[in-house]
Design a protein around this ligand. Structure first.
Ligand code: IMP
Ligand code: MG
Length: 174
């Protein structure tokens, strides 16, 4: 038995349409380049896999896993790298692909960490942004949807590792 209930916030169709728009913008901005898209595990996996198939420039992908300590829904503020890249990113054009920008702690840490490795350029695409929750200033270069301060699951996003396989993005009322 579970007391968890869902309310659809963004449908699979809306996501599909927005992913295509983002991919078009990214393809235009990187048409002279060969970007390395870095997916932030695990949440960004679904978004990254849909996004890359809509981008029509030559690209590479890699992954990093980072976590804030604890499995709390509120980020603790301490970020730890659990899986690093397989390669040097010196002189490369980096596009970090994230599922959601919340307090900003994860992305600001990751951004600075990758920037110190001397890429040629570095930008961020996030599918979702909860601007109300920001604890450190951080702005993504590309953003799918701004959403209210609610906990969401689906399309890669989890609650306690569950619900990543939902096609819609849903508000979870646990
Ligand atoms: P930040 O460091 O607070 O910006 O948090 C980023 C990470 O927290 C995301 O990559 C998600 O893994 C997780 N997160 C934040 N908000 C949500 C949510 O509403 N649903 C699922 N995961 C979330
Ligand atoms: Mg994440």
């Amino acid at each position: 038995m579970t007391n968890e209930s869902f309310e659809v916030l963004i449908t699979a169709e809306q996501i599909e349409e927005r992913v295509k728009e983002l991919a078009k913008e990214i393809s235009e901005d990187y048409k002279e380049k060969k970007p390395l898209l870095i997916g932030v595990l695990k949440g960004a996996v679904v978004f990254l896999s849909d996004l890359i198939r809509e981008i029509d420039v030559s690209l590479e992908i890699d992954f990093m896993a980072v976590s804030s300590y604890g499995s709390d829904t509120a980020s603790s503020g301490i970020v730890r790298i659990q899986k690093d890249l397989d390669q040097s990113i010196k002189d490369k054009d980096i596009l970090i692909v994230e599922d959601i920008l919340d307090t900003g702690l994860t992305l600001s840490y990751l951004f600075e960490n990758l920037r110190s490795r001397q890429p040629n350029s570095i930008k961020v695409v996030t599918l979702l942004d909860k601007p109300e929750r920001r604890r450190v200033e951080f702005k993504a270069n590309y953003c799918g949807f701004e959403i209210p301060d609610r906990f969401v699951v689906g399309y890669g996003l989890d609650f306690d590792e569950k619900y990543r396989n939902l096609n819609d993005i849903c508000i979870l009322d646990a």
